[in-house]
Write a protein that binds this ligand. Sequence first.
Ligand SMILES: Nc1ncnc2c1ncn2[C@@H]1O[C@H](COP(=O)(O)OP(=O)(O)OP(=O)(O)O)[C@@H](O)[C@H]1O
Ligand SMILES: [Mg+2]
Length: 322
Amino acid sequence: MALLEIERLEIGFGGLAAVRGASFAVDKGETHCLVGESGCGKSVTALAVMGLLAPTATRKAAGLRFDGQDLSGLSEREMSRLRGDRMAMIFQEPMTSLNPAYTVGSQMAEVLIRHRGGSKKAALDRAAELLERVRITSPGMRLGQYPHQLSGGLRQRVMIAMALMCGPELLIADEPTTALDVTVQAQILKLLDELQRELGLAILLITHDLGIVARVAHRVSVMYAGEVVETAPVAELFGAPTHPYTRGLLSCVPVPGKIAPGEPLGSIPGIVPRVGHGFTGCAFRQRCDLAGPDCEGTVPRRTLAGDHQYLCLREPTEIARS
Ligand SMILES: Nc1ncnc2c1ncn2[C@@H]1O[C@H](COP(=O)(O)OP(=O)(O)OP(=O)(O)O)[C@@H](O)[C@H]1O
Ligand SMILES: [Mg+2]
């Protein structure tokens, strides 16, 4: 059952088409990884869902639905009611979410009171319970501390706990472990994985790290220059990557399950084009061995077995031979 459905999302910044018709869906309770090179539109896609795009951005979509509800029709007030309540987002830098001027307890409590009302005491009890849930010891003491008194890993845990205050169904995590050292990264990922299973949360996890994808994803969507060029269950994506860009990304990691955390995306010669609004055809064509003049025209979305889709003119058999 789809919890979040994104259909032909378009995001522009002036002449720049940052997202160009991206489509994918996140099911209830699944971990969905969104991958792709820097600048391909992962973060702005997440921000568009949360209604947090910069005012200079334009957003359009054929469909943008959360639990069946059309988000594009909601007012800013209705969006802010959903945000932090049924859907929450965490960032690479925890200080994006944490206010240095308030204690951990008071800002966590504030989230619950704003959405649900109730007493400060009840909210602080809930905050302590969540700190424990994210494996922070002495939660009572931590509630009285300020963010700067915490290590980077602890701040990340507090940010996660704060995101969970209202029991969201969807957690969007934009590279939540990129700024952390490897050991702490692994702990935070394990925590997200546990929370996902214990709470039945759906997680949209944005990452550059294929090791992380192999460990936690149920489903993966690959973005390239503002489009989702392939989306598939994780075993399908690693087992039968089909879009030439996905195949390039995975070329350094032939054996799923043997991918170490921190494994970078494969490198493909060339750079991601910055694409304007009038652009047509496949944006990967300059870097693709299979490209021909036909790739300047309309590119179909093809469906393979097992809910696996890719955006390319070439047949899977033709791609596999290359
Ligand atoms: N506020 C903004 N104003 C203008 N352009 C923006 C803004 N935010 C993002 N962009 C542009 O939109 C495109 C997509 O950016 P986005 O941050 O979503 O990339 P990303 O896939 O998250 O990259 P990274 O992996 O580096 O985080 C980029 O070309 C970026 O420069
Ligand atoms: Mg980003």
